[in-house]
Design a binder for this molecule. Structure first.
Ligand SMILES: [Zn+2]
Length: 216
């Protein structure tokens, strides 16, 4: 049952994608590679989103932007990994790259709120929420190509992130520079982890042993 429904979703998206004129295609192999980067488990997907939100736009080449946009599409529509035919790279299933900095900002805002233990909320429009044996999923109900559709695309991404954050509450950490951490947000493997990596733990320990307590 679940398989049949996934296939339908993919077919629907490919059909939708064809409505737009596009000369570029995302090849199935590229989509599968992006799917691998994003990961299958909820933890890995949330980790991907936390890293995505912190990618610096300044150091990204055109190819990086393209690859990161494919990964975003797989984050939002995992069934895309199953497609056997190229998917036109356009504004139906893929978010306009120009709007990605704005999306990253929104992601980071939610991630920061979660790391401080505060709740957060945001409005959504033009989305339909489905609940079934595979969990909760979202569909954009606005007409493809409209202003509402493009707004709903970003909200759809926020909903996907929010759901993962909610399922891992207490596990978004901030590697605090005041304690000689690197200043990045990360997904904790245990709720009491303070630093993102061994490197950051070691740096902090070294400073503390030298008696260089950072200014509060
Ligand atoms: Zn760190």
């Amino acid at each position: 049952m679940a398989k049949a429904k996934q296939q339908t979703t993919t077919e629907m998206m490919v059909e939708l994608a064809k409505m737009f004129v596009s000369t570029d295609n995302a090849e199935p192999a590229e989509l599968q590679a992006a799917d691998k980067k994003v990961g299958k488990t909820k933890e890995r997907r949330l980790e991907w989103a936390v890293n995505f939100a912190q990618q610096s736009p300044d150091i990204m080449t055109k190819a990086d932007v393209y690859n990161s946009n494919l990964e975003l599409a797989l984050f939002l529509y995992p069934p895309l990994a199953l497609t056997k035919e190229p998917v036109p790279y356009n504004a139906s299933s893929f978010i306009n790259p120009q709007r990605i900095p704005e999306l990253k900002e929104r992601f980071l805002k939610h991630i920061k709120a979660a790391a401080t233990g505060m709740g957060f909320s945001f409005p959504v429009s033009h989305s339909c929420i489905n609940v079934d044996e595979s969990g909760i999923s979202y569909h954009i109900t606005a007409m493809a190509g409209t202003k509402e559709y493009f707004a709903a695309q970003l909200e759809h991404a926020e909903l996907t992130l929010a759901q993962l954050i909610g399922q891992h509450w207490g596990y978004i950490g901030f590697c605090d520079p005041k304690k000689h951490g690197c200043g990045r947000y990360f997904l904790k493997s245990r709720s009491d982890r303070e630093f993102c990596s061994k490197t950051c733990v070691n740096r902090s320990t070294t400073y503390r042993q030298r008696g260089k307590e950072p200014a509060a």
